[in-house]
Design a protein around this ligand. Structure first.
Ligand code: DSN
Length: 448
C-alpha cells in the first residue's frame, strides 16, 4: 500500500497538506536547531492503535483496565531512558518540554518561591523564569545572563544564588552555543541548598552520544524533549539522578505525582512507544557517530561563516547551534535574513542576541544548527556550500531597513517578501539547495 493511500481517499485535503510538508522537508535544508527528522520507525510507532488507549497512572498502577500491553510499552521506554541516560528514575509521560519543566516546579517549589534561570533574550527558555510564562508569573524569578563575550556570567549566577537563595536553579538553554558548565552550577546550587535542574532539551542527543558533558553527576533533575537532537517523536522526559535521590529520596515520586495527577491526564501512549523506539536508536553505536558529526558540522559551518565575515555570538560553537549577530548591518535585521533564507530553501529562525538592541519579534540575530542536516548524512564539505549560500543571502538583504512605525513596517516586509520570488540570488541558491537535497535523500520510501 502506498504511503497515505487511505488518507488520500478519506480526506484528500489533509493528505495534500501532509504531502506538501513532506516535499518542503525533503527538498529544503532544515536548520532550526531544535528540529530534526525522526526515522520512519519512530513515525510508524506513533501512527498505531496505541493512540486509542487511556492509561492514567503508571505501569502496574493504572486507573483503567486494558493496560497490559501499554504497561509493557511504558516500562520499556522508562528502562531505555534509564539506560541511555544512566539515571535511576525516569518519567516518560510529559506531553512536551514546557509541561515537563512545569512538573519540576510543582515537585520542588511552592507558589511564589524564588527560582533562578537563564534569561530568554540571552538564550534561555521561557520556562526558566521568563516573565510571560507561568514560571515568571507564579514564582519569584531571578534571571542570569551572558557576558558581552557570549559566555554565561558565572559570577552573576553565584551572586544571585547567594543573595536570593533560590529553591530551584535551572541550567540549560535554547540559544546558547557553548558547553553547559554543570559542575560550576552544581557548586553554587550545593552551596545554597537549591535543587539543580538541567534542561538538556537541545543537547540531549549530544549528551547521549558523548559529544557534550553529561549532567547526571552534577544535577538533581534532568529534563529533555525527545524530538530535538534525540531525534524521537514530539514529547519529553523528566529524570532524577542518583544525586537527586540522595538529596531527596522522594524526588522520583514527587516528579511522578506532579506529572500525573498534578498537571496531566492520560499519557500519549503512541508517543511513549515512539520514544522507546528513539531511545533504542540512541543506544546504537551509529548514534554516537551522529552526535559527534553534528558538532563537527556546526564547527565547520561557524568557521566558514566567520571566514566570510559573518559575526557569530561568542565567536563559534561547542554544540549543534550558532547565533549569527546581524548588528554590524543595523538592528532588527533577523526577519529579512530568515525570510530570504526561507525563500531559498534554508529554514532558520530569527532570534534575539545577547543585549538585543531591537525586540524579540524583530530581533537582530538568526539561530541555526546542524542536527537535521546531519541526519541526512551531510558532512563538513556540505557545510562549506551552505555557509556560502548563507553569506550570499545575507549580502543580498542586509541593506533592508525595518521601519519603527508598525504600518510602514508591515508594508516594507510585505513588499520584501513579494520581491524574494524574483530575486536572482534567492533563485540561484534555491536551485542549488534542491540539488544538494537530492544528493542526500531524506524519506525516499515515501516517494515510491
Ligand atoms: N521551541 C524550542 C526551540 O526552538 O528551542 C524551545 O522550546
Amino acid at each position: 500500500m502506498r504511503w497515505l493511500e487511505r488518507l488520500r481517499k478519506n480526506d484528500p485535503k489533509v493528505a495534500d497538506l501532509v504531502t506538501k510538508e513532506l516535499q518542503r522537508q525533503e527538498f529544503g535544508l532544515e536548520m532550526i536547531p531544535s528540529e530534526n527528522y525522526a526515522s520512519l520507525a519512530v513515525m510508524e510507532a506513533m501512527g498505531t492503535v496505541l493512540t486509542n488507549k487511556y492509561s492514567e497512572g503508571y505501569p502496574e498502577r493504572r486507573y483503567y483496565g486494558g493496560n497490559e500491553f501499554i504497561d509493557m510499552v511504558e516500562q520499556l521506554a522508562i528502562d531505555r531512558a534509564k539506560e541511555v541516560f544512566g539515571v535511576p528514575h525516569a518519567n516518560v509521560q510529559p506531553y512536551s518540554g514546557t509541561p515537563a519543566n512545569q512538573a519540576v516546579y510543582v515537585a520542588t517549589c511552592n507558589l511564589g518561591d524564588t527560582i533562578l534561570g537563564h534569561s530568554l533574550p540571552d538564550g534561555g527558555h521561557l520556562t526558566h523564569g521568563w516573565k510571560t510564562s507561568f514560571s515568571g508569573m507564579f514564582y519569584k524569578s531571578m534571571q542570569y545572563h551572558v557576558k558581552p563575550d557570549g559566555y554565561l556570567d558565572l559570577d552573576e549566577v553565584k551572586r544571585l544564588a547567594r543573595d536570593e537563595r533560590p529553591k530551584l536553579i535551572w541550567i540549560g538553554a535554547s540559544a546558547y552555543a557553548r558547553e553547559l558548565p554543570f559542575e560550576e552550577f552544581a557548586a553554587v546550587a550545593d552551596e545554597v541548598g537549591a535543587y539543580l535542574a538541567a534542561d538538556i532539551a537541545h543537547v540531549a542527543g549530544l549528551v547521549v552520544g558523548g559529544a557534550h558533558k553529561h549532567p547526571a553527576p552534577y544535577v538533581h533533575i534532568v529534563t529533555t524533549t525527545t524530538h530535538k537532537t534525540l531525534r524521537g517523536p514530539r514529547g519529553a522526559m523528566i529524570m532524577v539522578t542518583e544525586k537527586g535521590l540522595k538529596k531527596d529520596p522522594e524526588l522520583g515520586n514527587k516528579i511522578d505525582k506532579a506529572v500525573f495527577p498534578g498537571l496531566q491526564g492520560g499519557p500519549h501512549d503512541h508517543t511513549t512507544a515512539a520514544i522507546a523506539v528513539a531511545l533504542g536508536e540512541a543506544l546504537k553505536p551509529e548514534f554516537k557517530e551522529y552526535a559527534h558529526q553534528i558538532v563537527k558540522n556546526a564547527r565547520a559551518l561557524a568557521e566558514e561563516l566567520m571566514k566570510n565575515g559573518v559575526k557569530i555570538v561568542s565567536n563559534g560553537t561547542d554544540n549543534h547551534l550558532m547565533l549569527i549577530d546581524l548588528t554590524p548591518f543595523g538592528k532588527g535585521k533577523g526577519v529579512f535574513v530568515q525570510d530570504a533564507l526561507d525563500a531559498s530553501g534554508i529554514t532558520v529562525n530569527k532570534n534575539t542576541i545577547p543585549a538585543e538592541p531591537s525586540s524579540p519579534f524583530y530581533p537582530s540575530g538568526v539561530r541555526l544548527g546542524t542536527p537535521a542536516i546531519t541526519t541526512r548524512g551531510m558532512k563538513e564539505k556540505e557545510m562549506k556550500s551552505i555557509a556560502r549560500w548563507i553569506v550570499d543571502i545575507i549580502g543580498e538583504v542586509k541593506s533592508n531597513e525595518l521601519p519603527e512605525d508598525r504600518v510602514k513596517r508591515n508594508e516594507v516586509l510585505e513588499k520584501f517578501k513579494q520581491g524574494l520570488s524574483s530575486n536572482r540570488t534567492v533563485k540561484r541558491v534555491r536551485s542549488e539547495v534542491v540539488q544538494l537535497c537530492k544528493r542526500f535523500p531524506l524519506y525516499p520510501e515515501l516517494f515510491k
